[in-house]
Design a protein around this ligand. Structure first.
Ligand code: PLP
Length: 390
């Protein structure tokens, strides 16, 4: 193959980090540039009417920088087709319109990311999609909630912000029996720690804004399908609805992905030390982290994840007031929404990321704090939390 990594059988044999660095990212055929160029163009010269070069005609339909990212995403999740979008919610919206028609029903986790819940409950419901919110970690409850018109089972694991764990393989079996499509939002784990398609899911979605991008400098989303035909259907909706990832954003996400493995290792080890610290702190009433042996689904997490991730939630004995105070006192943990970047963030879900689900079954407790543990030096992170909790 002479210095070429990108025929699919060669790629399939590569390890995760090698795929992250090479999949879809052959040196540029024109110049040999090792980094994929940012093809900042809206259109392409045709060699005679309809004479497209490599299939590119207009950048909503296709752009070589986005193609490189899409091939890389598919290779990382082990899917047939990857598609990159303007945001995680754009990916979700496009996917759900491709999979569902008005009158179809979907199951949604009762602790789904608030934006996903809002999309389904307040936007797609107006288009005629029905939904039921269920405890996804209760496989029997999921099976019981399936209706004749159920088309999609939407899974998030670990969940945001309560870090519940759902047994992907068990639910995939339920989904297969009822001929529904199972979608897993893999944002919190990233493909480095969890491979939902290998566990039987049909589709993976991501907010690439988070661990894949990894540097808090880009908003993006992704869909990866196990099946090429489903991928083609979503690609049709991607082009028809137009919520594509632009070339510079695609480049930023791809640049982030190259270091995903080393970043995740560090996120996991920093998080584990913070969990230990919080677990012994008198001001903390409980710590929510799938790596803890007393987590209700620790065993499932240990089976389906190769590490427990960088997200940690905890509850304060002093209630909402105490939680708000901690969020305002940390210095290195920046008070802000989002997650998955190299810098540590702290937030109060009830008043920030999950404010939109107040009063719904997805409402989160006021004494809850969520940390996105970054890759700074652990001593500095612990000193910051020690001071804020004092
Ligand atoms: N899924 C999860 C688990 C998220 O945390 C988020 C955003 O926080 C999204 C989806 C939506 O992604 P985006 O903000 O890129 O639209």
């Amino acid at each position: 193959m002479g210095n070429s990594m990108n025929d699919s059988s060669a790629l399939g044999r590569l390890g995760f980090n090698s795929r992250a660095i090479h999949a879809g990212q052959e040196p540029d055929p024109l110049t040999g540039a090792v980094a994929v160029p940012i093809y900042q163009t809206s259109t392409y010269k045709q060699d005679g009417v309809g004479g497209l070069r490599n299939g590119y005609e207009y950048s909503r339909s296709g752009n070589p920088t986005r193609t490189a990212l899409e091939e890389c995403l598919a290779a990382l999740e082990g899917g047939a087709r990857g598609l990159a979008f303007a945001s995680g919610l754009a990916a979700e919206d496009t996917l759900l319109r491709a999979l569902c028609s008005p009158g179809d029903h979907m199951l949604l986790p009762d602790d789904a990311y608030g934006g996903t819940y809002r999309l389904v409950a307040r936007v797609l419901s107006r288009w005629g999609v029905e939904f039921t919110a269920v405890h996804m970690h209760d496989t029997a409850a999921v099976a019981a909630a399936i209706q004749p018109n159920t088309r999609v089972i939407w899974v998030e694991t670990p969940t945001n912000p309560l870090l519940n764990i759902v047994d992907i393989a068990a639910l995939a079996e339920v989904s297969r029996q009822h001929q529904t499509m199972m979608v897993v939002d893999n944002t919190f784990a990233s493909p480095y720690l969890q491979q939902p398609l290998a566990l039987g899911a049909d589709v993976v979605v991501h907010s690439t804004t988070k661990y894949l991008g990894g540097h808090s400098d880009v908003v993006g989303g992704a869909v990866v399908t196990r099946d090429a035909e489903v991928g083609e259907q979503v690609a049709f909706y991607q082009n028809s609805m137009g919520a594509i990832c632009g070339p510079f954003d695609a480049w930023l996400v791809m640049r982030g992905i190259k270091t995903l493995g080393v970043r995740m290792d560090r996120h996991c080890s920093n998080a584990a030390q913070i969990v230990r610290f919080l677990g012994q702190h008198p001001a903390v009433s409980s710590v929510l982290y799938p790596g803890l042996p007393n987590h209700p689904n620790h065993e499932v997490a240990a089976r389906q994840m190769s590490g427990f991730g960088g997200m940690v939630s905890f509850r304060m004995r002093g209630g909402e007031e105490a939680a708000l105070k901690v969020c305002e006192l940390t210095q290195m943990f920046t008070l802000g929404e989002s997650l998955g970047g190299i810098e540590s963030l702290i937030e109060h879900p009830a008043r920030m990321t999950h404010a939109s689900v107040a009063g719904s079954p997805l409402e989160v407790p006021g004494d809850l704090i969520r940390l996105s543990v970054g890759i700074e030096d652990i001593e500095d992170l612990l000193a910051d939390l020690t001071a804020a909790l004092a």
